[in-house]
Ligand binder design. Structure first.
Ligand code: PMV
Length: 320
């Protein structure tokens, strides 16, 4: 039997930045995200005699292989099975774009192993399992708008399903180089050295509450305001770490300013930026074409990807 899983990447509107226990990716606060339907990881899993064989994007010497191996070992220990796997994973978006693939990647693995081994995990346990691979993966086991509840063993839950509110996202790729520092190290540095980190954490619950309200009421302006505020607060804390971390390129800032100008002209639009230089620009579906053309015209934007929000996982069982 082979299990094929397709999961989508997600983008946080209220961000996860900081761990209270790094060994288990336990976040210091909650987060709220939405699935990006067109940015997908496709993973196939079958059992295999001998050691695990893992390939990512057709390569078995990929940087992430050790993390995947550690995750599979964790599954064997936790659920007391001894089987090994043949795992092949590919993103349908260019990995060079520096878009988060660990979220969709580890969510696909958790869903696939759950199904392959008949673990029958409920959605809370499945989300917790994915989180052990990557904090943001806890959210990608679901589509739609999803929130992480940071109890003593954090998990994600659906705020509203994908069809509750359809948004469009234009992803502006401004730099294809690899990032200077990964999210785990940068989170650690921010927590230890940024004078803004405690404020970042103490103001988080308020942002989550506003974002949840905005999603449930389909209030674009409220979601726009809270998302940009939360994104800039996260980057302010990151930038004021010692030594500082600046994830933006010149074009990152140019896109943000373009978004502000478009909003001043009356378009419903807002930006968010993760731990890298690409900008995700949100709008309503009827304005997607116009917004994409404007963003493509910003000096320094290399190319764009357009996607709807959504992202429900898809699982296929191929009998042997
Ligand atoms: O899941 P990680 O360790 O890649 O961290 C994700 C961090 C951000 O993307 C910046 C924010 C988030 O909530 O996804």
């Amino acid at each position: 039997m082979q299990i094929r899983v397709s999961t989508s990447s997600n983008i946080a509107l209220v961000k996860y930045w900081g761990k209270s226990d790094a060994a288990i990716n336990q976040p210091a606060a909650g987060s709220l995200s939405v699935g990006l339907d067109a940015l997908r990881t496709n993973t196939s899993i079958s059992t295999h005699t001998g050691a695990d064989e893992i390939s990512i994007a057709g390569k078995s010497d990929h940087d992430s292989i050790a993390r995947v191996k550690a995750f599979v070992d964790h599954c064997r220990r936790s659920f007391r099975f001894t089987e090994h796997f043949l795992i092949e994973s590919r993103n349908n978006f260019p990995t060079a774009a520096g878009l988060a693939s660990s979220a969709s990647g580890f969510a696909a693995l958790a869903i696939g192993i759950n199904r392959m081994m008949g673990l029958d995990l409920d959605s809370v346990s499945l989300s917790r399992l994915a989180r052990r691979g990557s904090g943001s993966a806890a959210r990608s086991v679901f589509g739609g708008f999803v929130e992480v509840i940071p109890d003593e063993d954090a998990y994600a839950t659906v705020v509203s399903p994908a069809d509750h509110w359809q948004l469009s996202v234009v992803v502006a790729i401004t730099d294809e180089g690899s990032k200077q520092i990964g999210s785990t190290d940068a989170m650690n540095r921010t927590a230890k050295t940024s004078p803004y980190y405690q404020n970042w954490l103490s103001s988080h619950a308020e942002d989550l509450q506003a974002a949840r309200r905005a999603v449930l009421d389909r209030d674009f302006d409220l979601l726009a305001g809270i998302s940009e505020f939360n994104c800039l607060k996260m980057h302010a804390a990151i930038m004021t770490s010692r030594p500082p971390v600046i994830y933006w390129s010149a074009a990152t800032l140019a896109v943000m300013q373009k978004v502000q100008a478009l909003r001043d002209e009356g378009l419903p639009v807002f930006f968010t930026v993760d731990a890298g230089p690409q900008v995700k620009v949100f709008t309503l579906p009827e304005h997607e074409g116009a917004v994409a053309r404007e963003i493509q015209g910003v000096h320094g934007v290399l190319w764009t990807i357009q996607t709807n929000t959504g992202g429900d996982p898809v699982v296929e069982v191929i009998p042997s």
